[in-house]
Design a protein around this ligand. Structure first.
Ligand code: ADP
Ligand code: MG
Length: 721
């Protein structure tokens, strides 16, 4: 299945049905038992719209999101010493009598409430106090329990802003281990704690979907109990990835995803495909026009793709390979096979720049092969567009290169047999689905430049067919990568000047700040001004807020050499081949993901000259950040980098989920739970062999599991045969 389908999460599976041309509406409804879990958090008592917004940021919008909002740390409040026994700095729960309120003489001083027990005196300290409120919760002459951090201040014992103030009756609920949750701005531990508790209170028992023998062997608890235990950690180990309740819940999540993939695969296999066979004459013509030989891995990938197309099944293959490893050429040769069979093929790119670049690669080859190829993007308009549409509808045009403009409803094909989707990392699923609908039994090849560690490929694709381009084409100059503190920026500018003096070109990539486009833009503009000042006229700027046309114009000037230094935000990450660019400076490299840096660096080292990549960072650099940049310095192999990144950071963070095409897991961590992944894959296969309709008692439970993890849309594929 195409990467992005998973990247976009479970909801995105819905349009996938279209890919399989299943038009029948599903009458299967979400099981009633899940009703409360799938309700918005505002249905919980104590959660209004304002808090719901904060919760949505931290956890999600639905009750179930709170169930899955794992505690990230804990406070042990079971330590309840007398005042004299309470050590400085310890969290303690202390029973006190409230002696006197001591309002400050001066508003800048704190409000104190003097308390005591038989061993000594303790002051509760409040800044910006509301005296009325304090009088209410700490009435003079009464006994109260307070919990918080004990401090010694000039030999006096005090507690500033206790976390809890309670009455004697409430002692049991206070003297526990308290789970602490990740927060969002404005949200307090108290609020989220209450909301989680309210969510757990209405959580139903669910039928068991895990294989009974496996369940027993793992010593797991039923679903609801596991959830309750997850939120009641008693020790640090309980917060970890290998705690039993966490393992069980992680397994549920992984099983849901593997079962969904298995169902889709099974459905896909049921669909009729078509054999698309060529005689090789066009391909031969194109190959002889190529100024180079295919690499061994290009040959290999091409024969795998041709094999799929020749066979009657419908192709759904992923072509993975680093930027510059020659995916486009492979895709184009596959498209020629479609042409030889008298059918049409398209390749679509995520951006206009890329579509144009594909066209530049493809046009001369298509001409050599005598095949008509057109470009169709949002910019082809009016008469020109009409002519193209007519050619595609009549079959007069064989190959089309384009963007989502290829999917407009009025675009029809005479006989589309192959759709190549250059995914890079930013494609909307529904678009490609729409395209695939434009032919019967259309074969689909998805290209991605994101290397996904072998260990994770399974999670992302199930048993989707994968071809990998692991070799760089020969004749590429090496890229010398260095990690440089930003304090040496003058040296960097000097290096740029030397590079320009040799007639080469430079990329300067600006940092991401706070994920705010406005700020990113400000930083890039500022850098552009500074470099223009230092280096003169030939500095250009390209950023995400520019219109497609403006962007292309700047890129074209850089490609032609009119501009020699290109200041850019990460828009250059995708595509764009300028072999004369031999130097790249990345500011605040420590803020980028490794994969992203690797992608960026792929923009240089495309010519014969040696290239240089300077990763600027702002000290101090944390050890993980240093280790990550070091990986990049030492290796140029995307797959290796991805594996190392995974090892260092854990799957959740590798590449940034959105880019990587990995499914977003809430409870599972693929670096920690790869054993569960393997089991779940086997389990999913076994389940579908035995009970393809999910009709047994366990099958029913598994349906609930699919709904629980919003894999709704695949439930309809569960059927006999
Ligand atoms: P990708 O799509 O994987 O980023 P491309 O197909 O765009 O890579 O190829 C990058 C560049 O390498 C192009 O200029 C292409 O012509 C060239 N190229 C592709 N395959 C080879 C090869 N086997 N030998 C030499 N150059 C190649
Ligand atoms: Mg490419």
């Amino acid at each position: 299945m195409p990467v992005g389908i998973l990247a976009l999460g479970y909801k995105a599976l819905a349009p996938l049905c279209q890919l399989f041309l299943i038009k029948a509406r599903s009458f299967l409804m979400r099981p009633d038992i899940l009703f409360s879990l799938s309700s918005p958090v505002t249905t919980l008592s104590g959660v209004g719209p304002r808090i719901a917004k904060q919760i949505a940021k931290a956890a999600g919008e639905h009750v179930v999101d709170l169930c899955w909002h794992r505690p990230s740390s804990l406070i042990d409040r079971r330590f309840s010493p007398k005042i004299a026994e309470a050590p400085d700095g310890a969290v303690a729960t202390i029973t006190l009598s409230v002696d006197a309120h001591l309002p400050p003489h001066n508003r800048r001083l704190p409000y104190r409430v003097r308390c005591s027990d038989e061993t000594g005196i303790l002051d509760l300290v409040f800044f910006h106090a509301h005296p009325d409120y304090l009088m209410k919760v700490l009435p003079e002459g009464e006994t109260r329990i307070v919990s918080g951090r004990v401090e010694y201040f000039r030999d006096e014992v005090q507690m500033t802003h206790p976390d809890h103030i309670a009455t004697i009756e409430e002692r049991d609920s206070l003297e526990t281990v308290e789970a602490l949750y990740p927060l969002s701005a404005g949200l307090t531990q108290k609020t989220i704690g209450k909301a989680v508790k309210a969510a757990l209170d209405i959580t139903p028992d669910l039928p068991e979907w895990i294989d009974p023998a496996f369940f027993k062997q793992q010593k797991w608890s039923p679903w609801r109990q596991s959830l309750l235990e997850l939120h009641k950690p008693q020790s640090e180990a309980d917060l970890g990835p290998r705690a039993l309740p966490r393992l069980r819940l992680a397994y549920d999540e992984i099983l849901a995803s593997q079962l969904a993939l298995a169902l889709i695969r099974a459905q896909y296999r049921r669909l009729s495909g078509r054999a698309v066979t060529g005689d090789g004459h066009l391909r031969q013509a194109a190959l002889s026009a190529l100024p180079f030989q295919l690499t061994a891995s290009q040959e290999q990938a091409l024969s795998e793709i041709t094999g799929d197309m020749n066979s009657k099944g419908r192709m759904l293959r992923l072509l993975q390979g680093d930027v510059g490893n020659g995916k486009t050429v492979v895709a184009f040769l596959a498209m020629l096979t479609a042409a030889e069979a008298g059918t049409q093929a398209v390749i679509m790119a995520p951006t206009e720049i890329l579509a144009r670049q594909h066209m530049t690669t493809i046009a001369p080859l298509a001409e050599a092969a005598g095949v008509k190829a057109v470009l169709l993007t949002g910019r082809e308009k009016g008469k020109n567009r009409e002519k193209i549409l007519e050619g595609l509808a009549t079959g007069d045009i064989t190959l089309a290169v384009g963007t989502h403009a290829l999917f407009q409803e009025d675009v029809a094909f005479a006989d589309l047999s192959l759709a190549v989707i250059d995914e890079q990392h930013r494609f909307g699923v529904h678009q490609r689905i729409l395209l695939a609908e434009k032919g019967t039994g259309t074969n689909v090849l998805v290209m991605t430049a994101t290397p996904i560690p072998r260990t994770l490929t399974q999670a992302a694709f199930g048993d989707m067919d994968v071809s990998r381009l692991t070799e760089k084409p020969p004749g590429r100059g090496p890229v010398d990568t260095r990690v440089v503190p930003v304090s040496r920026i003058n040296d960097v500018v000097n290096a740029i000047s030397r590079c320009l003096a040799r007639g080469e070109r430079v990329y300067w990539v600006c940092p991401l700040i706070d994920e705010s486009e406005a700020l990113d833009l400000a930083a890039a503009t500022e850098r552009f001004d500074a470099l223009s000042h230092l280096l003169g006229e030939r500095v250009g700027l390209v950023h995400g807020a520019m219109k497609g046309k403006e962007k292309d114009a700047v890129m074209a000037r850089f490609a032609s050499g009119e501009i020699t230094v290109l200041v850019a935000t990460t828009v250059i990450e995708v595509g764009v081949d300028v072999p004369e660019a031999t130097m790249m400076v990345v500011e605040h490299a420590e803020r980028f993901g490794l994969a992203q840096l690797h992608q960026l660096r792929g923009r240089i080292g495309r010519g014969k000259e040696e290239s240089h990549c300077l990763l600027l960072y702002s000290p101090p650099l944390q050890s993980t950040a240093r280790a990550r940049l070091e990986i990049l310095r030492a290796s140029d192999d995307g797959f290796h980098i991805a594996e190392e990144d995974l090892r260092l950071r854990g799957a959740g963070e590798v590449l940034g989920t959105r880019q990587s095409g990995l499914p977003e897991f809430r409870l599972a961590d693929l670096a920690e739970h790869s054993d569960l992944l393997a089991t779940a894959r086997d389990d999913a296969r076994l389940i579908l062999n035995r009970d393809p309709g999910l009709e047994s008692q366990r099958g029913e439970a598994l349906r609930v599991l699919l709904y629980l993890f919003e894999r709704d849309s695949v439930v309809k594929y569960a059927r006999s045969g």
